[in-house]
Design a protein around this ligand. Structure first.
Ligand code: MLT
Length: 400
């Protein structure tokens, strides 16, 4: 008799973005004449940077020549890409060795897969609202999850509570969905908490390229001692527009250790290597070459131009909501605006109203957790024309 994983019964029936897509498809089927503008899922719209495309073509050509053809690559990524990532971190004063970097197909899979190297008895501390992947992947394993409230009162950046005992903590800065950020001092407090509790911080920095100015850290490893308690995830999706190209990486410090429940000391870097070499065959050579190109001098310049474009979209959106007198958060260090639903509306009601009256798709805040109720997330990853049009429609409907 094969038994199904009963923990799946504890999940919501559909993944948040699938549910939104289903609702939008139903609306579109009923109103085929409407032009829908999708600002829901955080998917990029600008094409890959020219340098990336050039290198992709070259790498494809290499695959067609006997002398330069590549088969299986190293599961943890080619050294050329790991070196480019190490250099990227070095520009921000963070020193990484190549064997601390594990290239992957993106941060979403890594944030879930990392659970393989931790016992299921760990207590997980997760923000509410939160990127649903952290929560759902742990529910799938039957782990106990406790929540910390991210609210306007704490700028959506909850701090450790010494009375709460957690083993593994997910942090995301800039945050998906609220766009909030942690300062270096705040992260230092989290590192202190993790060290006191022998805990591990799983730090998602997928949106670091959107950080404005020098104040906010791009990596938790800017904090002294973070290498004793943190694992970091990042992705080329948001910095280089790789949502469809797929490439990301995990940084697992070389000397990071924790005990098994039986007291055996395990090295988490070696465990992750063991996990990846067993379950993963690496990212395609051509994609790794493209990722490397995105971190070159020209590549970064071109990627930052794209990010500047999305940041300008965010400014256009903020201006529109200011005109409507609708309160929002985020949008500065992040492609996301976290909007307080007007008139005390509930998230899904505002979602429906926005869809029906402005034909704009957002993401209901309640899909990110209980504290997301009453909020809706919009992304600045749309095209400029669509962003302007969406905001004109929103202002026309909601301006008092
Ligand atoms: C989002 O909309 O939250 C993200 O695009 C999802 C992701 O990066 O997987």
């Amino acid at each position: 008799m094969a038994y199904a994983n009963g923990y799946y019964c504890n999940l919501k029936e559909t993944y948040l973005f699938t549910e939104i897509a289903n609702r939008v498809n139903t609306y579109v089927a009923a109103h085929p004449e409407k032009k829908i503008i999708r600002l829901g899922i955080g998917d990029v719209t600008l094409p890959l940077a020219p340098v990336v495309i050039e290198v992709l073509h070259k790498a494809v050509d290499e695959m067609g020549v006997k002398e330069t053809f590549r088969g299986y690559g190293p599961e943890q990524g080619y050294d050329f890409l790991r070196q480019a990532i190490a250099n990227y971190y070095a520009q921000r004063g963070v020193d990484l060795s190549l064997d601390e970097i594990f290239v992957s197909d993106g941060a979403k899979s890594d944030c879930g897969n990392i659970g393989d190297i931790f016992a299921d008895t760990n207590v997980m501390l997760i923000q509410d609202p939160v990127y649903p992947v952290y929560l759902d992947t742990n529910i799938m394993r039957g782990r106990k999850v406790i929540y910390m409230n991210a609210t306007p009162e704490n700028n959506f950046a909850p701090m450790p509570d010494k009375k709460v005992k957690a083993d593994i903590i997910y942090l995301c800065s800039p945050s998906n969905p609220t766009g909030s950020v942690y300062t270096k001092e705040q992260l230092a407090k989290w590192v202190e908490y993790a060290l006191e509790n022998n805990a591990i911080i799983l730090y998602d920095s997928a949106y670091e390229a959107f950080i404005d100015g020098e104040e906010i850290p791009h990596s938790i490893f800017s904090v002294p001692d973070a290498k004793k308690c943190a694992i970091e995830f990042n992705s080329f999706s948001k910095i280089a527009g790789f949502t469809g190209t797929r490439c990301g990486y995990v940084v697992v410090p070389k000397n990071l250790e924790r005990q098994t429940e039986n007291g055996k000391v395990m090295n988490l870097n070696s465990m992750w290597l063991r996990r990846q070499t067993t379950k993963f065959n690496g990212v395609p050579y051509i994609v790794q070459r493209a990722a490397e190109a995105s971190l070159s001098k020209d590549g970064l310049q071109q990627c930052w131009e794209n990010i500047a474009y999305y940041k300008e979209n965010a400014r256009i959106m903020m201006k529109g909501f200011d005109e409507c007198g609708i309160k929002y958060y985020g949008g500065v260090h992040s492609p996301y605006l976290w909007i307080q639903c007007p008139g005390g509306m509930k998230s899904w009601d505002f979602f429906d109203e926005l869809l029906a009256k402005a034909n704009v798709v957002g993401t209901p805040g309640s899909g990110f957790g209980v504290n997301g109720e009453g909020f809706l997330r919009l992304t600045s990853f749309g095209s400029r024309e669509n962003t302007i049009e969406a905001m004109e429609r929103i202002v026309a409907v909601f301006k008092k």
